[in-house]
Design a protein around this ligand. Structure first.
Ligand code: 5AD
Ligand code: SF4
Length: 467
């Protein structure tokens, strides 16, 4: 295939790792002359980056491929490639299940799609490559050809050493592998200096595990990155409570570039459930970590992940989760119904909580999470916050920006007409709708830019899992 003028449509399901992997996939294709299209109809190549974490995510992929196959009958030359965890989990059997798919490639082959396309052209047969690779081809290229959209997602490690009994990630992404320090530095410097980003997001299944397989560690990496000139904000996701050390808490206190926001999944407030999940922590230790973090950085915003309806979860266990959530006073929490995943250790436990009960628990939990979120957002009313602008839109004669605070609260505000994406501006928080915040920018002279009523048309929490 002559790849000049070819268009690629890419759809990403799943977590922040997949978002980062998709940027790498696009980057490798753009280097070969592809351009991205948002319209599937105009695409010559369709790439779907899949997620396996819950069964529902896999259903979505299957129904999407079904729809695409109908389109393929009208446009037979279009190629379909499936990437990500589902490709890794199901590999060759996906080709049988979804005939017509040209390429299946796993999370360790994200930079290899152009080669796989060439192999497919040569052989005219489906190509499947989803084994775990050595680190040479694992990570984002140091210099991308694809413009990062808002904050640069920089993958620093892959895989996971923890073996939580419900989780498919160790099976789809393998053991932990840390990216070499120099390669991370090169990419961050490129994003900040060549692409003009002010914020980077370090991603990995367990970023705190960075360096376990080398002589380095995660807090040292943060100290090193904070020295990159013009990099104003560093965020990271996801952290495991077991690996959340005093050194990490000190980074929140001592490094101004580290955003005071931490996503620290707890999964359950019940020690019995945590034990069956093999999380490696009890709720008391988790609470100690929260106290340690808040002592180091009182402004820190916290979010978490919760699974409801894990095998054997009783009303009492669920109440322990509600108690934990309420007492920690999270800024936000992602919550999921337990979904049995093939070949995970939890399949040996009886999935005995009825679906109706799981749904009722999720409903109750999410109500509490919304209330907590609302309470936290309200504490910002009347304060002045520094906002990193990620989106700008002309509305009549005003310029309206969406950005986020360093604690990752989304704010919409009228801003001066010369404001640009990636600017950091001071905004006074004046209004809210539910937990969404509205503000007015404050110029250095204290003059505020106001406009009547603003409403949201962007997602409230950009770090929410996409599935
Ligand atoms: N069922 C439901 N939720 C799950 N998660 C991981 N595996 C499962 C599963 N089998 C959730 C966890 C994790 C988040 C990314 O997804 O809460 O932290
Ligand atoms: Fe899965 Fe647990 Fe690893 Fe997170 S820490 S990726 S939940 S095994």
């Amino acid at each position: 295939m002559g790849q000049l003028d070819q268009k690629v449509f890419l759809k990403t399901f799943g977590c922040q790792m997949n978002v980062s992997d998709s940027e790498t996939i696009l980057s490798s294709l753009v280097s070969e002359g592809f351009s991205e299209t948002q319209e599937v109809r105009t695409a010559d190549l369709i790439v779907i980056n899949t997620c396996s974490i819950r069964e529902k995510a896999e259903h979505k992929l299957r129904s999407m491929v079904g729809r695409l196959m109908k389109m393929k009958t009208l446009k037979p030359n279009v190629k379909i490639a499936i990437a990500g965890c589902m490709a890794s989990r199901a590999g060759k059997s996906l080709i049988k299940e979804l005939p017509g798919v040209a390429i299946i490639f796993g999370p360790d082959q994200v930079s290899l799609l152009p080669h796989l396309l060439k192999e497919h052209e040569r052989t005219q047969k489906p190509v499947v490559k989803s084994n775990f690779e050595d680190e040479a081809v694992l990570f984002n290229p140091d210099h991308r050809t694809y413009q990062a959209k808002t904050s640069g997602f920089v993958s620093i490690m892959k895989g996971c050493e923890h073996k939580c009994t419900y989780c498919i990630v160790p099976l789809t992404r393998g053991v932990e592998k840390s990216r070499p320090l120099q390669s991370i530095l090169n990419e961050v410097q490129f994003l900040v200096h060549e692409q003009g980003l002010r914020e980077i997001m370090l991603v990995g299944q367990n970023v705190n595990g960075y360096g376990r397989d080398t002589a380095f560690d995660f807090p040292k990496l943060l100290w090193r990155l904070a020295q990159v000139p013009n990099l104003k904000r560093i965020r990271f996701m996801t952290s495991h409570p077991k690996d959340c050390s005093q050194d990490l808490a000190d980074c929140f206190r001592d490094i101004p570039e580290i955003s005071p926001y931490l996503h620290l999944p707890v999964q359950s407030g019940s020690n019995d459930v945590l034990r069956r999940m093999k999380r490696g922590h009890q709720h008391e230790q988790y609470r100690d970590r929260i106290d340690m973090l808040r002592e180091a950085q009182p402004r820190i915003a916290l979010s978490t992940d919760i699974i409801v309806g894990f095998p054997g979860e009783t009303d009492r266990d669920f109440q322990d989760t509600l108690d934990l959530i309420t007492s920690v006073e999270y800024d936000f929490a992602f919550s999921f119904i337990y979904s049995e995943r093939p070949n995970t250790p939890a399949t040996k436990l009886k999935d005995d909580v009825p679906l109706s009960e799981k749904k009722a628990r999720l409903f109750e939990l999410q109500k509490i999470i919304r209330e907590l979120s609302y309470k936290k957002s309200m504490t910002l009313l009347g304060t002045t916050q520094e906002i990193l602008i990620t989106n700008l839109k002309r509305e009549e004669d005003a310029l309206v920006a969406v950005g986020h605070t360093d604690t990752y609260k989304l704010v919409k505000a009228v801003v001066p007409l010369d404001t640009q994406v990636q600017d950091l501006i001071q905004v006074k928080i004046t209004n809210h709708h539910e937990s969404r915040l509205f503000g007015e920018s404050i110029s250095p002279l204290g003059y505020t830019h106001t406009k009547g009523h603003l409403s949201y048309d962007t997602p409230q929490h950009p770090t929410a899992p996409l599935q």
